[in-house]
Ligand binder design. Structure first.
Ligand code: GAL
Length: 386
């Protein structure tokens, strides 16, 4: 009898697992199944995304919509063209449309205090999605990836690729940093993760920042804009590298800025070497550059899983629960419950942080295609699913 009960329990546990990391479509399906069994489905969910002009948010929006609709919710999804005032207006409309919960990826993490305070007063829970929203008590939870680790992975990639060893100053390399949007709370975490990882080699002179631009504010890129990143790198190349100085590394925090930096290097860099160029997000144009050897790596974040975690969290909140560490046991993808890293100015926001991974030309097939997140085009370049 005991064996039979153990078998039943194992079967129930297996069915309740929300699949993460087994590809976008299947994880959506399994999450939907889990959602319809684990929560009173129904009600309207408001999802506010920053823009369609940065590739990943199109996938975030469609995965989130798919997850919540598959679980029986009505979804109102907005995109605000990277216009802060429009995002405030969009969220005001979601509140007046009577949403039961708000899921918000902020354009500017400091700009939503008033509108989200009004959501709080209306009793609407708010999940800060991917980018931490600051200076409002309205934020109940934060779902993202481990943003500092994104930068650490980029820095470690440089160390591993060049074979840097502490204390070995026999060789030196020239590096330039390109960080993200100062209005995006994530950008500082990405930059600090990379800089802290490389700091020992910067301090010893093994890595030289020839432009002297070492501070986040000096290397930041408003709106993560590709042309802005390109123009800045063109200026740096003209000012510091036109005399034949070699650029060995362009440490870029994400793919939209890496695309601009790569364009600048292709058009304005006279050196014979191909610098190491880092990125983040797995944007299609950058994956093409990785296949073609123009970009070295990207840090991939399976936003399909971020949507699965967000659905499970929202369901628990709407069920009147107070999710904590226990929620992570529903997922078979790596997701840490964190109650120390993200203070939004009003206090620590309990966070669910997924794990980012390094993608290079060597593992694109395994990491992106075999997992179902991309298909491989007949031209040999990956195309995103969803
Ligand atoms: C960040 C996000 C990254 C990055 C950037 C532009 O907040 O976490 O994935 O690409 O925005 O979308």
């Amino acid at each position: 009898m005991k064996k039979f009960l153990a078998l039943i329990l194992a079967l129930v546990m297996a069915l309740s697992l929300v699949a993460c990391g087994s590809g976008a479509a299947s994880s959506a399906g399994s999450a939907a199944a889990s959602g319809s069994t684990s929560a009173a489905a129904g009600g309207k969910v408001g999802i506010a995304m920053p823009t369609k002009s940065l590739e990943r948010w199109n996938r975030d929006g469609s995965y989130l919509k798919e997850q919540f609709e598959s679980a029986g919710y009505e979804v109102e999804l907005t995109y605000s063209d990277n216009d802060v005032n429009q995002q405030v207006n969009d969220i005001e409309n979601l509140i007046s449309d009577g949403v039961s919960i708000l899921i918000v990826a902020a354009i500017d993490g400091e700009s939503l205090t008033n509108v989200l305070d009004s959501a709080d007063e209306a009793g609407i829970p708010v999940i800060s999605y991917d980018r931490l929203i600051r200076n409002t008590k309205a934020i109940d939870y934060y779902v993202s990836f481990d943003n500092y680790t994104v930068g650490v992975l980029q820095g470690q990639y440089v160390i591993d690729t060049l074979g840097l060893k502490e204390g070995d100053t026999s060789k030196s390399y020239n590096i330039e940093f390109t960080a993200g949007d100062p209005a995006d709370n994530n950008a500082g975490f990405f930059f600090n993760g990379a800089y802290d990882t490389l700091k020992t080699f910067i301090d010893s002179g093994v890595l030289k920042i020839v432009s002297g631009q070492t501070k986040f504010e000096e290397v930041a890129t408003a709106a993560w804009d590709t042309s802005t990143a390109m123009n800045r790198m063109q200026n740096i190349l003209a000012s510091y590298y036109s005399d034949g100085t070699q650029l060995d590394i362009a440490l870029c925090s994400n793919d939209s800025t890496a695309l601009g930096v790569t364009q600048a290097i292709e058009s304005d860099y006279a050196g014979s070497n191909t610098p190491i160029i880092t990125g983040q997000d797995g944007d299609e144009a950058n994956l093409k550059n990785i296949v073609d050897g123009k970009q070295s790596m990207t840090v991939y974040k399976a936003v399909a899983n971020e949507a699965v975690v967000t659905l499970a969290l929202a369901q628990a909140i709407l069920n009147g629960e107070t999710p904590d560490e226990g929620l992570t046991s529903q997922f078979d993808c790596e997701c840490a419950y964190d109650t120390t890293s993200y203070d939004n100015g009003t206090g620590i926001i309990p966070s669910y942080l997924l794990t980012p991974t390094v993608v290079t030309a060597d593992n694109i097939q395994e990491q992106l295609v075999d997992t179902g997140y991309y298909t491989m085009g007949t031209d040999g370049y990956p195309v995103a699913v969803g």
